[in-house]
Structures are given as structure tokens and as C-alpha cells.
Design a protein around this ligand. Structure first.
Ligand code: SF4
Length: 130
């Protein structure tokens, strides 16, 4: 019998949950310790098909900052995260970029795009007054 202990991260209360496999219930697990339905749903998902929002940065050329924050448009399967980061590292972008611009479509055939998390304009030339 599979038994897992996890801490719910859905809200700041952080309930300690125990999930016990039970083929007799629809979700496949009995959840103990959760104070609400959202936590129970999270717990079952976490032990059956865990996902994460991926956030990282990529190098950007011709911008005021050297790195552009990027994220997955939706959550990705947790076991795809490291492979996805390796692909994202290879992206080369150039300013200007708008928040939400798609930088990589359908990463690893997951149906999830990698998008810019903010605007970055082209670097302005320094003006010297004197
Ligand atoms: S189970 Fe509900 S109350 Fe407890 S941490 Fe999760 S979301 Fe919050």
C-alpha cells in the first residue's frame, strides 16, 4: 500500500497531509490532514501527476538588462522540468520583448509555451551632457 506524506502549498496554512492509496475511492488515494477540498485535490495531483510552473531567465541582447525572466504559460509535468530548462538555456532573444511574447512553442511536445515574464526595451545610448 502506497503511503505518502506531503505539505500542502496551496495556501499559507501548509497542512500536513497523509495520502494512502485506496483503489476503492475514485481519486485512488484517501487524504488525511487537509482542511479543504483544494488541498485534497492538490495532494492527489502531487502524488499521481505532479506539475510545476517553470520560471527561469534567458540571455537577452541589446537590452538594458542582461537577462530576461521567462516562464511556462501553464504548469509542466515535474519530470519534464530539467529537460525543459536545458532547452530554454539555448534560446537567444533580442530586445525589444513584450511580456507574454512566446519564445518557445510547445516545449517538449507538452503543449506548453515558454513566454516572456516582462517587457524589455532596447538599451538606450548614454547621453553625455556637459
Ligand atoms: S489543505 Fe486547504 S487549508 Fe490546508 S494548506 Fe491546503 S489549501 Fe490551505
Amino acid at each position: 500500500m502506497d503511503k505518502r506524506e506531503i505539505i500542502c502549498i496551496v495556501c499559507p496554512i501548509g497542512c500536513h497531509m497523509e495520502l494512502v492509496q485506496d483503489r476503492g475511492v475514485e481519486a485512488g488515494y484517501r487524504v488525511y490532514g487537509a482542511q479543504c477540498k483544494r488541498g485534497r485535490v492538490y495532494g492527489v495531483k502531487e502524488v499521481t501527476r505532479p506539475t510545476r510552473l517553470l520560471t527561469t531567465t534567458v540571455e537577452i541582447q541589446d537590452a538594458d538588462l542582461p537577462r530576461l525572466p521567462v516562464r511556462s504559460a501553464r504548469e509542466l509535468a515535474k519530470d519534464k522540468i530539467l529537460e525543459a530548462i536545458s532547452l530554454i538555456k539555448k534560446i537567444k532573444v533580442k530586445a525589444p520583448i513584450k511580456m507574454g511574447d512566446v519564445l518557445l512553442e510547445n516545449i517538449l511536445d507538452t503543449g506548453v509555451d515558454i513566454i516572456a515574464s516582462r517587457d524589455l526595451t532596447e538599451a538606450r545610448e548614454e547621453k553625455i551632457y556637459g
